[in-house]
Design a protein around this ligand. Structure first.
Ligand code: SFD
Ligand code: AMP
Length: 615
């Protein structure tokens, strides 16, 4: 495909641009529509909003619900829970803010038609666990997307945002974004007074366990490529906790989630010899991380991983989850199947293909490759301003969820330090960001965003360069599809995954790394960055893959730099700094922060205080 065929340009002027129509984006759309009457609000979504993002295939639970109307939990309880799970390092102001609003969000979901599960005895939502409720959620995403679509002026489906644009006269203020229509190649130039990014965290930064015939199978979806972080970083936004990647315990090979099984169905996990290893290792865990963390209830997610890993390293695998001991009624059996059919159909297929009847046989558990995200039991992401009534002075600079770039807001995976939001909390955070963005626009009535036309032209050349690389290089194929002039996006991706896996604590090293490995990894990453300018894309699909890879490389670099900076092992079970194997609360009870400076092409690493607000 030649550049000539893809050079149609569309200019869109709006007040608020929402990047990504996932859970955070839909929440932002809904709330912006409510408060922003008279403002022009648009969404740019790289897939189709009806079935995009992490919830594309549906979910079987809403994992963040307080149940305040029934006196089940308070926002303060939630802060204590998430703080304990993240080994102390969270933004308590952001957590509290999500918690106090999230129930209202869930009630709206029910009004919009989401089928909830009710407990027949209590008349309340069916609890999966203390924070989680069960839903019949196969159509969760289309239901939420409908509300979002009705709230905004325009939705641009199949438009991937590749770059954010700052103002021509102020590089610290947002002014718009560049988008690529991945179906017809149109180049979009959005001009906006405020931008809200909800473009999700990332899988495929690390080499997945599923390679070869299972390539692409991951728990976090393969289409989530970390744009949430890459876009922000390139615009100069400050980030925190990028070293805080997550490893999830999952049903082996199908990546089926475990929450419903452990929490509601009360399944137990054992090693291959039938021993309940978690209990057996409590004493050694206490001496490793201290009683404060080892005895937290529930045990932090990373430490549960750690115990499983120890068992595997001791040669006592496979680890089994005993579904057969808990599916003792027809009702529970149905719940078990629905859990996967609503959320991870592949796991049900895996059972069928391996002749596993979950009411007769246990299933293997495994630990996934690491993912970079901000809404599960993990909180990588942007350093944002907190709610004005609750945030400490140094956590607040005017507008809730605004990043350190003026007018640029974030929600969901995008926001750092605010873990355990899941789907409902991400939507809620989108609402909070949008309300603040509307206020920001109203407070700055005179502002007219101005774009730097030279910069836009440079980006346009960059965006389509992979098509040109291919067009030139394809005439010099030396063998099969190998050209000395370009690499394919897939080759680039595999190289990135190998570097991260082997140098930055992936599965092949049991999640372990050290300073020497990280230094070497960063060097190899620089070489990959150079070669990434020579990627050849044979069509628009491969062009999209190229831009997804470019964003992934940015995320990987941030993860590496943060991992290098934090000289301790804060989250054993997520990753280990072998040269600093312990939690070090004296020196490292802080957030690691970074800022890439687009003007100098330099990274600045720093730390920020963690304030404990909730007793
Ligand atoms: O059990 C661009 N999640 C669960 N949440 C729950 O509440 N309950 C569960 O049961 C959950 N489980 C679960 C979950 C996820 C997955 C994959 C599985 C199981 C198998 C987590 C939530 O899904 C997650 O927390 C939220 O979805 C996060 O919201 P957000 O908005 O931060 O991300 P998104 O929904 O993926 O949306 C991102 C959107 O951006 C688009 N996009 N658009 C334009 N330009 C670009 N450059 C873009 N890059 C991305 C995407 O297409 C998408 O629409 S359980 O396992 O925990
Ligand atoms: P998962 O299915 O692993 O994504 O988890 C869904 C929810 O259940 C999340 O809120 C997890 O933190 C929680 N969870 C999963 N397993 C356990 C466990 N063994 N103990 C406590 N909470 C858990």
């Amino acid at each position: 495909m030649s550049l000539r065929k893809t050079n149609s340009v569309k200019h869109i002027d709006c007040d608020i641009l929402i990047v990504g129509g996932g859970f955070a984006g839909c929440g932002a759309a809904y709330e912006a529509g409510y408060w922003g009457r008279g403002l022009k609000i648009v969404i740019a979504e790289k897939a189709n909003i009806e079935r995009s993002g992490a919830v594309a295939h549906g979910l079987s639970a809403i994992n963040c619900y307080m149940g305040m109307r029934w006196g089940e939990n308070t926002p303060e309880d939630f802060v204590r829970y998430a703080r304990g799970d993240l080994m102390g390092l969270v933004r308590e102001d952001l957590l509290f803010d999500v918690a106090r609003h999230v129930d209202a969000t869930v009630h709206m979901f029910e009004e919009w038609g989401l089928p909830m599960m009710y407990n027949k005895e209590t008349g309340r939502y069916q609890r999966e666990g203390k924070w989680q409720i069960m839903i019949h959620g196969e159509s969760y995403k289309p239901i939420i997307a409908e509300a979002a679509q009705k709230s905004v002026d325009e939705v641009y489906n199949r438009v991937m945002i590749t770059h954010l644009l700052t103002d021509a006269h102020n590089s610290r203020r947002i002014a718009g974004a560049i988008g690529l229509d991945v179906r017809d190649g149109t180049f979009y130039v959005f001009r906006a007074k405020a931008v809200i990014v909800g473009a999700a965290g990332a899988s495929h930064i690390y080499r997945p366990r599923s390679i070869g015939e299972g390539a692409g199978r991951t728990w976090y979806p393969p289409w989530n490529n970390g744009s949430a972080y890459a876009l922000l970083m390139q615009a100069g936004a400050e980030m925190i906790q990028m070293e805080n990647r997550i490893v999830v315990t999952r049903f082996k090979d199908g990546y089926g989630p475990v929450g419903a099984w452990f929490l509601m169905l009360k399944s137990v996990a054992t090693n291959a010899y039938g021993e309940e290893y978690e209990k057996a290792h409590l004493d050694s865990l206490r001496s490793y991380v201290g009683a404060k963390y080892a005895d937290a209830k529930p045990m932090p997610t990373c430490l549960r991983n750690h115990l499983m890993l120890e068992e595997i390293k001791a040669g006592k695998g496979p680890i089994y989850i005993h579904t057969e001991r808990s599916l003792d009624t027809r009702e529970k059996e149905e719940l078990g199947w629905e859990d996967f059919l609503d959320m991870t159909v592949g796991q049900a297929v895996m059972w069928a293909s391996q002749n596993i009847d979950p009411k007769e046989d246990p299933s293997e558990l495994t630990m996934s490759e690491p993912y970079v995200m901000g809404s599960h039991a993990v909180c990588a992401g942007a350093w944002v301003s907190g709610p004005e009534d609750f945030a400490p002075a140094d956590y607040n600079w005017g507008y809730n969820r605004m990043t350190t770039v003026e007018g640029l807001f974030g929600a969901g995976d995008t926001v750092g330090g605010s873990a355990h939001k899941f789907s409902s909390g991400s939507f809620t955070e989108g609402r909070l960001a949008a309300k603040a963005a509307v206020r920001y626009i109203r407070d700055h009535q005179d502002y007219k965003p101005e774009l730097n036309t030279n910069a836009v032209e440079r980006i346009r050349e960059d965006v389509y360069r992979p098509l040109e690389n291919y067009n030139v290089g394809r005439h010099v194929i030396v063998k099969g599809s190998v050209s000395p002039f370009f690499i394919t996006p897939k080759q680039g991706l595999q190289r990135l995954e190998k570097i991260m896996d082997e140098y930055c604590g992936g599965v092949s090293s049991y999640y372990s790394t050290n300073e020497k490995l990280l230094d070497r990894g960063l060097l190899l990453l620089q070489m990959l960055k150079e070669d990434a300018r020579k990627i050849g894309a044979e069509d628009l699909h491969q062009l999209q893959r190229t831009w997804e890879l470019n964003h992934r490389i940015w995320v990987a670099e941030a993860v590496m730099r943060h991992t290098l900076f934090r000289k301790e092992t804060r989250w054993p079970g997520y990753y280990y700094r072998a040269d600093y194997p312990h939690v070090d609360d004296q020196k490292w009870h802080v957030f690691v922060s970074s800022r890439y400076d687009p003007a100098t092409d330099q990274w600045e690493m720093n730390s920020k205080p963690v304030h404990h607000i909730v007793p």
